[in-house]
Design a protein around this ligand. Sequence first.
Ligand code: OAD
Ligand code: ZN
Length: 232
Amino acid sequence: MTEIRNIVILTGAGVSAESGIDTFRSEGGIWEQHRVEDVATPEAYARDPDLVLRFYDMRRAAIQTKVPNAAHLALARLEAAWPRHITVVTQNVDDLHERAGSQNVIHMHGEHLNAWCTTCDTRTRWTGTLADRPPCPACGSKTLRPDIVWFGEIPYRMDEIQAALARADLFVSIGTSGAVYPAAGFVRLARERGAHTLELNLDRSQGSAWFHETRLGRASEVVTAWVDDVLR
Ligand code: OAD
Ligand code: ZN
């Protein structure tokens, strides 16, 4: 392997699982409790905004009761010690990476703790509810929606992500099933550009075959062990 300088880390719901936040596709996961078409598309929001806003109000309240686990903390420790670029690209909409201390985090699927005004395009940090239609602090319109990328919408900051992937020597995927594009395709982009690719996950994912190496286990254990290795 060439010397590792720049690292891109892609995280998914599995990194937050041990903090008590449900994953999407596991048994009893979020997409077994709710249908994607009912709560996570622009069409669902147009059809039944109350249902969609209540769903995200519940999720926004829930994440605020959770705390980062050993995997989030290990990634923050790695970033603090690493002399070159580390980019955490997360599909997660919780703020546990930030609360663990990670600085360079890209939320490609948005953030629970933001409200987005569709009238004036302002984003406001939001910890309360939206189903009661509070006014936008910037323009007063009652048009705040969750700042979440729904199915059929384009993920955020793709240019920055592609640039980070292009200069990565190491790409690490943690706790994601590889079911949702474009994130599921990042391993191939990074590999084409010459990065070593490593997957850390509870079980083999849909994308496992694309990685040079897969280490299986709970994120709190495999991520911590991997960070210890890299910093040794
Ligand atoms: P998934 O629920 O699809 O996959 C979670 C992955 O984490 C699975 O492969 C699990 O095996 C693994 N996992 C579970 N517990 C773990 C643990 N303790 N340690 C390590 N791995 C564990 O979640 P994502 O891949 O993140 O999008 O889903 C991607 C996107 O689909 C989400 O961002 C969301 C969803 O629809 C939007 O809402 C836009
Ligand atoms: Zn506004």
